[in-house]
Ligand binder design. Structure first.
Ligand code: GKR
Ligand code: MG
Length: 443
């Protein structure tokens, strides 16, 4: 035995939270989003927390891990994670990050074991009295992690007749703004201002692939005019054809472009992104064409990507930091992608970012759309556009079991469709329809 405690219990708790009617290539976000929470207990009575994407397939994968985790020696946590990874490899289907009209396929790219890895690291950190970031890669590289303001087009939830959350009674201007429609470039700038005023963001990303490329790039230019020092990025999730992406972005104010184009006419996204870079001189980022080591190899050979958005939920925490180290050695850049998440994932992102060496890009987070729906008593805060990663042992989070059980009850009220594909085009936006030829929403 290692002298560290033994894991005595592993709970898997599927949970749900509320969301705005955010739009992306995949359609409209449903009124709810789902996640899976892992809670580990050790023989010294400590609690470790982990979080990963929602969906029944991921809940089941996590439940299958329980016999491999319970009774294991915390000091051998790396071997435990390896044993879980082997199960994932066996069951992995096609590990694609390609976002399409159905997000249900996300389960194939998500590494469910990240939730267990996070909870184990939380416990090891607590046992040793050090923060999780000290256990990753070469240990802590920074105290503060820069995050970007993630902007979305929002449709009018009132017109859907669905139970979207409203925050009419809030006195917080950002909380009020985030539930209101935003379908024009001017409204996106207003959204950015409200997010900046509350969180202090310096950099912004606009989720594109929703309206016409021209209208979305108009929003980019308005943002650049208003936030003159900001790094501005657009992410149409590969929706634009290469020719259109080049025409739209060349000479623009973008600091970089995230998945501006994808596979077309027999060329893969790795090839079209390389051509986009050559044609525009604009650096590219991705969470779609370099989502595992093999894809990363091909993306590197093609020189298609400058910034790899290595979401720890897609890579595991250890591998997200490992690829960050490789990127730094090669003069490339690490960042992270995100989906809707709770505060445990916020800590997972922040501790990875704190451990990646070099000049990383501002990290994505959807947290601003969920802020207020805490599963812990002391969620990390975004201030001045940054998250401070303290020296508190582990993640330094205290679970709020009442909030977790409430989120679990909400999850149990959802239909199977809502639990498993809470972002599909199942809620068409009144007055708009999807034009597959362009592809974007049109009135
Ligand atoms: O939340 O609609 C969304 C995003 O489009 C998300 O699903 C993406 O995976 O944020 C992600 C991205 O950067 O591609
Ligand atoms: Mg993206």
């Amino acid at each position: 035995m290692s002298g560290l405690p033994v894991i005595t219990e592993m709970k898997v708790i599927p949970v749900a939270g509320y969301d705005s009617l955010l739009l992306s290539l995949s359609g409209a976000h449903a009124p709810y989003f789902t996640r899976n929470i892992v809670i580990l207990k050790d023989s010294r009575g400590r609690t470790g927390l982990g979080e990963v994407h929602g969906g029944d397939a991921i809940t089941k994968a996590l439940e299958e891990y329980i016999p491999l985790v319970v009774d294991s020696d915390l000091g051998k946590y790396r071997s435990v994670i390896q044993s879980l990874k082997r199960i994932h490899e066996k069951s992995a289907r096609n590990s694609e990050g390609i976002q399409s009209l159905s997000l249900a396929n996300l389960k194939d790219v998500v590494h469910a074991e990240t939730a267990v890895e996070a909870a184990l690291l939380d416990l090891v950190g607590q046992a040793l009295g050090i923060p999780v970031c000290e256990l990753l890669g070469d240990g802590r590289q920074r105290e503060d992690v820069v995050v970007l303001g993630y902007l979305f087009y929002i449709a009018d939830a009132k017109k859907t007749g669905l139970s979207y959350i409203n925050e009419n009674d809030t006195s917080n201007p950002w909380f009020a703004r985030r539930r209101e429609p935003a379908m024009t470039a001017e409204a996106i700038v207003g959204q950015a201002r409200a997010a900046r005023d509350y969180y202090g963001f310096k950099d912004f990303k606009l989720k594109g692939g929703v309206l016409s490329g021209e209208e979305e790039m108009r929003a980019v230019e308005l943002l650049a005019k208003e936030f003159t020092d900001a790094r501005i990025n657009i992410d149409p999730n590969g929706a634009w054809y290469l020719e259109d992406a080049v025409r739209l972005c060349k000479g623009s104010s973008l600091s970089y472009a995230e998945d501006p184009c994808g596979g077309e006419r027999g060329y893969s996204g790795r090839e079209t992104m390389a051509e986009f870079k050559m044609a525009t001189g604009i650096p590219t980022a991705t969470n779609m064409i370099a989502t595992d080591w093999r894809q990363f190899y091909h993306a590197t050979v093609e020189k298609s990507v400058d910034i790899v958005l290595a979401d720890p939920h897609f890579w595991t925490m250890e591998d997200s930091v490992r690829i960050g180290q490789v990127l730094d050695h090669w003069g490339l850049t690490w960042g992270s992608h995100s989906n809707n998440h709770f505060d445990i994932s916020l800590a997972i992102f922040a501790h990875c970012a704190a451990a990646v060496p070099g000049n990383i890009t501002a990290m994505d987070t959807h947290w601003i759309w969920q802020d207020g729906q805490h599963l812990t008593r002391n969620p990390l805060k975004i201030r001045d556009g940054k998250i401070h990663v303290s020296d508190a042992p582990g993640f330094g989070l205290e679970p709020d079991m009442d909030a977790i059980m409430k989120a679990h009850e909400l999850h149990n009220t959802l239909s199977s469709g809502d639990r498993n594909d809470a972002m599909a085009m199942q809620y068409l936006i009144p007055g708009w329809k999807f034009d597959p030829k362009r592809p974007c929403l049109v009135r």
